[in-house]
Design a binder for this molecule. Structure first.
Ligand code: PHE
Ligand code: NA
Length: 455
């Protein structure tokens, strides 16, 4: 990403949508959404998740894009500038801070999971999924989890890939990745959907995801749905704010946010529709299999379909690339901050953060094997703890602060100006939701969620 003296602005209108979609679509959609939906009963979770996206995620996303574009700087500095302009306390820039920190924590475990996809690229290419059924696929996944050195090797490889891109500038590569490879990923998911429907139990999978059973509603599910809505849209981490700062003025913020939200949600639902028909047709895989769900169910499909090696390799490669375009946006705000604020050299900032993320990521790797029984807080391994602290604490609080700031404190003049391209009716509706609906919902779900977890 070019960062000249003057803050750069992306020339083409489509670039923001592409970059934001690249950030949003990632492991959250294909790996995480199906497994947390599976662990929390399916339909009821999906419904709560969709409500969280519409009533909270999209309005907050628009707010973040707006803050970034108004500030025209990296998240922490952008928040300072906007707060200054609106005569508000500069402590609102804490929003930027907590975002950069959450992004760093997420990067640490996200790169471990992305490492699993790299391992599966090579396994697919070797034809390693031949004749897989539920039991053999689960055994293969467990073997990988137990293999510390392989996990660390792929985690390291993935972090190096991310560091490289940040070093050589993002825009070009990101544009190609998103413009060509994302549609390819989408098409491949459609193909897998057809095949999964053919060899799997499509009706059971569909029913699991989309039929509402009130008995499955749980506080934990609701609080996960909320956290995941932020995670999947890349909110409260400075990522969307950072990209917003490059967005040209002649682009409508609300429409853009809705577009990115629709793309992101469709990839997640599609992934669920591929995975669950397989799960229900294969004994040995449970919907509640946890983080391994995608890595156990998809190899069964690749093992059974004609040309499965080719499709499997390409698919896992595309998932890696989707994860890659997400980690780039996780890393960029922190790097930008160190360079802007402390005059770090870009390469030094990059290497420093990646190294720290790597170190911290080792605790995630060990949680899967050596430290399996090391549960320092509330029965959570360090990996569980990173997931909990980011998704269920930092992201909701960051989004709450963003909604409150934009809804209640920010000066209305610059706000109206940034949303000038949207009709005043939609502007008013958006502001109402941001003022009253989103913060109340976030606060209630957050408090009840913490209560449910610890009391
Ligand atoms: N939204 C990404 C996903 O769903 C994860 C992510 C979070 C990326 C935050 C960047 C910033 O996989
Ligand atoms: Na996502």
């Amino acid at each position: 990403m070019k960062r000249a003296q003057q803050h750069a602005i992306w020339g083409r209108r489509g670039t923001f949508i592409l970059a934001a979609t690249g950030s949003a679509v990632g492991l959250g959609n294909i790996w995480k959404f199906p497994y947390i939906a599976g662990e929390n009963g399916g339909g009821a979770f999906v419904l709560m998740y969709l409500l969280c996206i519409c009533l909270i995620g999209l309005p907050v996303m628009a707010a973040e894009v707006m803050l970034g574009r108004r500030g025209r700087a990296s998240p922490i500095m952008a928040m300072q500038k906007v707060a200054h302009e609106s005569r508000n306390s500069r402590s609102w820039s804490l929003i930027g801070w907590s975002g950069v920190l959450a992004g760093f924590l997420i990067l640490s475990y996200y790169s471990v999971i992305a490492g699993w996809t790299l391992e599966y690229v090579t396994a697919a290419a070797r034809g390693g999924f031949e004749g897989f059924d539920g039991t053999t696929a689960s055994a293969a996944f467990s073997a990988l989890q137990a293999d510390t050195s392989t996990l660390v090797q792929w985690q390291t490889a993935f972090l190096c890939m991310t560091a490289l891109i940040i070093m050589f500038g993002v825009t070009r590569g990101l544009e190609t990745a998103v413009r060509i490879l994302m549609p390819l990923l989408f098409c491949l998911l459609l193909l897998l959907l057809a095949y999964a429907a053919y060899i799997g139990d499509f009706a059971a999978g569909f029913n699991f995801l989309f039929s509402f059973r009130a008995s499955e509603l749980s506080m934990e599910g609701l609080s996960l749905a909320l956290g995941h809505a932020f995670f999947t849209l890349s909110l409260s981490m400075g990522a969307i704010m950072a990209y917003g700062s490059y967005m040209p003025h002649k682009q409508s913020i609300l429409k853009t946010a809705v577009t990115v939200g629709i793309l992101d949600t469709s990839v997640a639902l599609l992934a669920g529709l591929v995975i669950f028909p397989i799960v229900f047709a294969n004994p040995g895989v449970e919907p509640s299999a946890g983080p391994g769900l995608m890595f156990v169910s998809l190899p069964i499909v690749f093992g059974a379909m004609p040309l499965g090696e080719v499709f499997g390799t390409v698919f896992f490669l595309l998932v890696t690339i989707a994860a890659w375009s997400s980690t780039i946006s996780l890393l960029e705000p922190a790097v930008a901050y160190l360079t802007e604020r402390f005059r770090f050299h870009r390469v030094a900032a990059n290497l420093l953060i990646v190294f720290c993320a790597w170190l911290l990521g080792l605790t995630t790797v060990f949680s899967l094997n050596r430290w399996q029984d090391f549960k320092p807080v509330a029965g959570m391994t360090p990996f569980d703890l990173s997931l909990f602290v980011t998704e269920q604490v930092m992201l909701p609080l960051g989004a709450l602060a963003t909604a409150i700031y934009v809804g209640w404190f920010m000066n209305k003049r610059p706000l109206r100006r940034e949303l000038a391209l949207d009709s005043s009716r939609w502007f008013v509706r958006w502001l109402l939701v941001l003022k009253y609906v989103s913060p109340v919902l976030i606060a209630v779900v957050f408090v009840l969620g913490i209560f449910d977890k610890f009391v």
